[in-house]
Design a protein around this ligand. Sequence first.
Ligand code: HEM
Length: 411
Amino acid sequence: MGPGYLGHYDAYVHFDPWNPEFVAHPYDVYDELRRERPVSFFEPTGQWLVARHADVNALLRDRRLGRSYLHVATHAEFGRPDDPEFQDPFWRVIRAGMLDVEPPVHTRLRRLVSKAFTPRMVEALRPKVARIAGELVEAFAERGGGDLISEVAEPLPVTVIAEMLGVPEADRHLLRPWSADICGMYELNPSIEAQHTAVRAAEEFSAYLVELARARRTDPGDDLISALAQVVDEGDRLTEEELVGTCVLLLNAGHEATVNVTGNGWWSLFRNPAELERLRADHGLLPTAIEELMRWDTPLQMFERWVLEDITVGGMDIPRGSEVALLFGSANRDPEVFADPARLDVGRVDNPHISFGAGIHFCLGAPLARIELIESFGALLRRAPKMELTAEPSWGPGYIIRGLTALNVTI
Ligand code: HEM
C-alpha cells in the first residue's frame, strides 16, 4: 500500500465522530466500512479504523499491539510529541492504572486487584446490589418516574463501586463529576478546555485518594482501598501512585459504561416495543437481553491500540508506531458473526459481542456489571411494568463513551 491510498479514500467523509447525527446512528456507516473498507486510514485522527469483528477480536489479543508504547519506546521514537507539561498530573494517575500499562506491570497490578472480582466474590455482592437497585427503583416509582439516568442508572453502579472501595457516603457525590471530567480526555481530539478540566479532576481525585488510603493504612476497614493500602511499598507490590491509579480506574470504569448500558439499553427497548413486550412477559430472558442490549447499541464505541511491531490486517500493512482504532460498535453488528445483526433479539443466545473487550485487558468488572444490569433492569420490569418514555432523548457529545444525556419516563 503506497501513500497515494491515503489520498484517494475518504472514509472520513462518512465516518465523522464529531457529528451528532453520526453519533446518534453510526451503524450504516459501519456497515459500509465493513463491506467496502474494513481497514482504512482516517486522516483527521491519524488512526487506522478497523471495522470487522474478526480483526477487532484478533488485534485485541495480539501482543504486537499495546494500550501503551512507553514500555518499549519513547514518544520521539514513535514520532509523537511529548505530552504537554500541564498534562503531567493527569498521565501520572492514568498511566499508573492497569488499563494503561502492559506486562509485566499489568500482570502484577491485575493480579492484586482481580482477587476482589472473581465471579464468586462478585456473586456474593448480588444481594447487596439487588437491595440498592430495589431501593432506587422504589423511590423512583413513588415519584412517578423522572430521569432514569440520573435517578437510577448513575447512583447504582456509583454506590456499588464506592462501597466496594470504601469511599465514605458523604464523599460519593464527588465521584461522578471527577470521573466524567477525566473521561473527557478520552474523546478524539479533546478541546484544550476539556484537557484542562480533565487534569484538574485527576489532581483533585488523586489528592483525595492519597489521603483516604493513608487513613485506611493505619485504620483499615473491610474494603478494597484498605486491602490495597496494606500492600503499598511492600517490595515491588504496589506503589502509592499505582494504588491511586488503580482506584481511579476502578471508580471510573466501574460505572461510566454501566450507566450508558442502562440508558442506551432502555432506549433500545423503547425503540423495539415488540422486544420490550417479550421481555416484560418473560423476565427469564434478562440475561440474554442484557448481552443483546450491550451488543445492539454498544456503550463504548471504540478502543485504541498502538502498533508495536509491523502488522498486516485485512491486506493492509500497518507499520510500527501507528495507532489503530478498533470499532467495537461495528464489530458488534458484523453479519459474519451475528445472524440478522441489525435486529434486536432479547433472546439471542449465540452472542459473542465484544463490548467487554478481549485479551489481557478484558474487562475485569464484567461479572459485576452483569449483576448490576440484571438487577436494575429486573427491578424496573417488576416495579414499573408499564414504564413509558415522556420525551425523545438526546445523545451526549461523546462518541467513544457514548450515552444519552437523560431518559425521561413515566411509571
Ligand atoms: C457494562 C459495563 C462495562 C463495560 C461495557 C466495560 C467495558 C470494558 C472494556 C471494553 C474494557 C477493555 C478496554 C480495552 O481493552 O482497551 C474494560 C476494562 C476494564 N474494566 Fe470494564 N466495563 C464495564 C464495567 C466495568 C465495571 C463495573 C468495572 C469494575 C468494577 C470495570 C472495570 C474494568 C477494569 C479494571 C478494566 C481494565 C482491565 C485491564 O486493563 O486489565 N468495568 N472494560
